[in-house]
Design a protein around this ligand. Structure first.
Ligand SMILES: [Fe+2]
Length: 270
């Protein structure tokens, strides 16, 4: 089968049509890595990889993160399948994975195993394009700003009225201060915001909340967003360093099941 690449929207998202053998051969890995950085999201529709094939494919692109079972993590809201299901509910809000660390994962690779009858699409926004389109004057101001990320900030979306014990649990994680604008080695710049962004360092509380809210709204405008409507067997990779993502609401007892692998980060935020 000849490999074909199609842009899914003008600013974010491409689809690659190929076959499993070509994908696993690693022949496309250079092209996929370059496309990922440029387009943020790559979808392989109904490619139907097994867990082993997904792990093998992930290894063709970089260093896999060893977590879960055999490097596969089950993404589901079913607590019998994933004991962190409560924590995963933060995924319904725009975020970048790994903002509590200094080197976030490079990319996540997710395949759809079981879907919810309603809801459950995944949205991605291009944080490079969102930065690029800001007015020049504003870019210069934002380049100097630092944002404090906390686990508490993201958990409050899910548990607005936590027990004291829960709050103490969240606060055991150290805050992470990151630049608002990530200057990548490539020379490109992207915004670092999302649900873990608690406040702007050294800024008045209201001004800080207003800035973070306005930038999230800006970055998630339709022209920067690709919405993936899943079919079982789809595989989607996203560049976690140049996008934010969120799952759209679906019933927590729907049995929706995604299998995820990750690529280790290669570049720190700062
Ligand atoms: Fe995520």
């Amino acid at each position: 089968m000849a490999t074909k690449t199609i842009d899914l929207t003008p600013r974010i998202g491409s689809e690659i049509q190929t076959d499993v053998e070509t994908l696993l051969s690693g022949k496309l890995s250079g092209e996929i890595r370059a496309l990922l950085e440029k387009r943020g999201v790559i979808a392989f529709r109904e490619i139907n990889l097994t867990d082993q094939q997904q792990v093998a494919f992930t290894r063709t692109l970089g260093t896999i993160v060893e977590e879960g079972q055999g490097s596969i993590t089950k993404i589901t809201m079913d607590p019998t399948e994933n004991d962190k299901a409560g924590y995963l509910r933060g995924a319904f809000f725009w975020h970048i994975d790994g903002t509590m660390q200094d080197v976030p994962v490079l990319a996540s690779i997710m395949s759809a195993r079981r879907l919810s009858a309603i809801g459950g699409d995944t949205e991605f926004c291009n944080t490079y394009a969102a930065y690029d389109d800001l007015p020049q004057q504003e870019k210069a101001e934002l380049d100097k700003i630092k944002v404090v990320h906390t686990l508490e900030a993201t958990q409050r979306y899910v548990y607005p009225e936590p027990t004291y014990e829960m709050l103490q649990g969240w606060q055991r994680y150290a805050d992470n201060q990151l630049p608002l604008v990530w200057k990548h080695r490539s020379g490109r710049k992207s915004l670092v915001i999302g649900s873990t962004a608690s406040h702007v360092a050294g800024m008045d509380r209201r001004a800080s909340a207003a800035l973070l809210c306005r930038l999230r709204e800006w970055a998630t405008q339709p022209q920067f967003v690709y919405r993936h409507r899943w079919t079982v067997g789809d595989l989607v990779i996203w560049d976690n360093t140049g996008t934010m993502h969120r799952a759209l609401a679906y019933p927590l007892d729907s049995g929706r099941m995604m299998h995820r692998t990750k690529l280790q980060g290669e570049e720190s935020f700062a």
